[in-house]
Each structure stands twice: as C-alpha cells, then as structure tokens.
Design a protein around this ligand. Structure first.
Ligand SMILES: Nc1ncnc2c1ncn2[C@@H]1O[C@H](COP(=O)(O)OP(=O)(O)OP(=O)(O)O)[C@@H](O)[C@H]1O
Length: 290
C-alpha cells in the first residue's frame, strides 16, 4: 500500500526500526564550517551517526553534500568546528589511518587498467586505485574478497575485466572494495547516478542485503533522488545552501513540507514497501480521487 508521508513530523509507520540512541557514535561533526577560496560552503553543521544507522544526505545541486561527505570520509579538514571519526579527531591524527575505518564509494573511481573484479576489490586493502606491486593477498583476504563479491551479486563476473563491466556492476564492485578493510562507516556518493532501472534496483537490493548482514555498519548515502533510498534508511539530513535544514529519523525529516523546502519546489512524498517516491504538489493534487 502506498501512503503519503506525514507532513508535520508524525513517525512513519513503515520507518525502519529505531536503533538505540545510546549506540556508540561512529562519527560526530560539531558546528562545522567549511570555507573554500573565501566562500562559505558549509555553515554550522552538526551531525552524529551511530552504529547501525543509515543516513540519507539530501540537497539540491551545490547544497554542500559532497563537501560534507569529504569531511566525514577524512578527506578534508573543517575550517571551524570538530569532526570525530570513531573517537579520533580530524586534525589530531593521520588522515590516512582514519580512512581505514571509512569505506568511501565514489562512482568517479579513476581506474584505467583492465584489472579483474577480484583484483579491484582487493585494492580496498591498500586503499589504492591500482594494485600495489609485490603486495599479495593472504588466503583469508582472497576468501573475503570472494565473499563480498558474492554478497554484491557479482560472483559470475569475478574474473571480468573492469572496462567490460556495466556501470551498475562497477558500482557494486566498488562497494565490495570499500568493505574489504572491514570499515565501521560506509559513505556512498550518489551510487545510483547513471544507472538504468534494473541497475538501480539491483544496487538498492544489494545495499539492503548488506545492511542486514552487517548490522553494526553505519552508512551515509548522498543522493538527489528519494526513489534511490534503500528501505533500510533510518535517518536523513536535508541540506540547503550549506546549512542543515533538518536532520533526524526519516519519519520526521522525509516529509513533503521539509523536502519541498530543501529543493525549493513543492512536492509530495509517498512511501510504499519502504521505498519513497515524489510528485510535484500540483500533479499529486490533480490525481487525487474526488
Ligand atoms: N574548492 C572550492 N572552491 C570554491 N567553491 C567550491 C569549492 N568546492 C566546492 N565549491 C562550491 O561549494 C558548493 C557546494 O559544493 P558540493 O560539491 O559540496 O555540492 P553538492 O551538494 O555535492 O552538489 P551536487 O549535487 O551538484 O554534486 C558549490 O557551490 C560548489 O561550487
């Protein structure tokens, strides 16, 4: 059954079960500003992500989503405020060591050589694009790579060369790669961009399986499209102009009113079997019976 999500903040009956509020924070950003070339990109942002939570980061083009993801992934420092990843403060520890705890899936992965899927997944151990010469995986690491390839639905493509993969297969291979070092946090930057319907649905299905098989893993997924959110999404942050418009459990944040304000366009939200869909306010009103 499709239901319109609550406009005023009532919990959504289909929302994923809430995690205990005292689960340990995987990351904690407090009052963060990012300034680039004198321009404020993020202003006064705070966010706490706990083990087992799956956050959606939503906002229009230029809202600051990728910049925030770069901070959470220990790729950059804030200009003001603090970011703690698993209790380690950015600026006080080596960023490379922090990245071991964070799996960052970027669809713009710049691999040029024809590595096989299995070898691409194994580069997650060295956090490198290409294979590191003279580094050979252990039997346990190879077995883990095969396990993750199966989990992401790519067992039949294990020996395929990277350039022959479809975009959807590449996206799933990159998630398997990001999981190799057993991260506590998975960051997904617009993972469904450019996928056809089948590719998108396969991706969402695999993310769903992953969330169920790794209950302690936390994730933050950036997207412009609510249709791309996995049903296990527990929380959402809405960004507008580098500021936090709303953040919290999906039942409170993914409402027509807040999403309309986030994108600057009137929309209505519907939820069916855990998945969201959006229609512009006017169209949805015209289709209402009676
Ligand atoms: N190094 C930089 N110098 C100046 N401005 C920057 C820099 N990096 C990003 N910006 C600006 O900051 C704003 C936020 O960029 P960001 O890429 O984080 O947004 P986004 O929400 O991910 O956008 P999109 O949805 O289009 O990918 C944009 O206006 C962008 O032009």
């Amino acid at each position: 059954m499709t239901t319109e999500t609550a406009a005023g903040g009532a919990p959504d009956a289909e929302a994923a079960p809430a995690r205990p509020a005292d689960a340990p924070p995987v990351l904690c950003a407090r009052d963060v500003d990012v300034v680039r070339d004198g321009n404020p990109i993020l202003e006064g942002l705070s966010l706490t992500v706990r083990a087992g939570e799956h956050w959606a980061l939503l906002g229009a083009n230029g809202a600051g989503k990728s910049t925030l993801l770069g901070l959470l992934g220990a790729l950059t420092h804030p200009s003001r405020g603090t970011v703690d990843v698993l209790g380690h403060r950015l600026g006080r520890v080596d960023l490379r060591s922090l990245r071991t705890y964070v799996g960052h899936v970027d669809p713009r992965h710049a691999l040029r050589s024809p590595l096989k899927v299995r070898d691409v997944v194994l580069t997650g151990l060295t956090n490198s694009i290409e294979r590191v010469p003279r580094r050979h995986p252990t039997a346990e690491q190879s077995a883990r790579a095969d396990h993750l390839i199966g989990l992401l639905g790519l067992a039949h493509r294990r020996e395929a060369a990277w350039p022959t993969l479809s975009q959807g297969e590449r996206g799933r291979a990159l998630i398997a790669r990001a999981l190799m070092p057993r991260p506590r946090l998975l960051l997904l930057d617009e993972p469904a961009t450019g996928l056809d319907v089948a590719g998108r649905e396969q991706l969402i299905e695999r993310i769903d399986t992953l969330q169920q098989s790794h209950p302690e893993l936390a994730s933050v997924l950036v997207t412009h499209h609510l249709e791309e959110l996995p049903p296990g999404t527990t929380h959402a942050m809405l960004l507008r102009g580098g500021r936090r418009l709303a953040a919290g459990p999906v039942g409170e944040t993914l409402t027509g009113e807040l999403v309309s304000a986030c994108f600057g366009h009137p929309v209505r939200l519907f939820r069916d079997e855990g998945r969201w869909s959006v229609r512009t306010g006017r169209t949805a009103a015209a289709q209402r019976p009676g």
